[in-house]
Design a protein around this ligand. Structure first.
Ligand SMILES: [Zn+2]
Length: 90
């Protein structure tokens, strides 16, 4: 079981959290022309990286805040967590 450090609450058990996807995906700007292929890539297609990855997590059973986690997808080591408007320290 992982221990995840919520930037608002501190370290908690993984079962309080829900994975929210890749934190590097950027939504196209509103009103901007975008091709069908670019829209499909934004909505449906994701990389499946092995190694260090930036992810979104939701503290569902706690403060209910979304935040970012830098985690190794192979070893599950967590390098850092931060609020949505912050950058990782590591
Ligand atoms: Zn929290």
């Amino acid at each position: 079981m992982l221990e995840i450090k919520c930037p608002y609450c501190g370290k908690r058990s993984q079962n309080e959290f829900s994975y929210g996807g890749d934190a590097t995906i950027k939504r196209p700007k509103l009103g901007e022309e975008i091709s069908t292929e670019d829209w499909d890539n934004f909505v449906y297609y994701r990389d499946n990286p092995r190694g260090k990855h930036s992810e979104l997590w939701h503290h569902v059973s706690g403060c209910r805040q979304w935040f970012k986690v830098s985690r190794d997808t192979a070893t599950h080591e967590i390098f850092d967590t931060c609020k949505m408007n912050e950058d990782f320290n590591v």
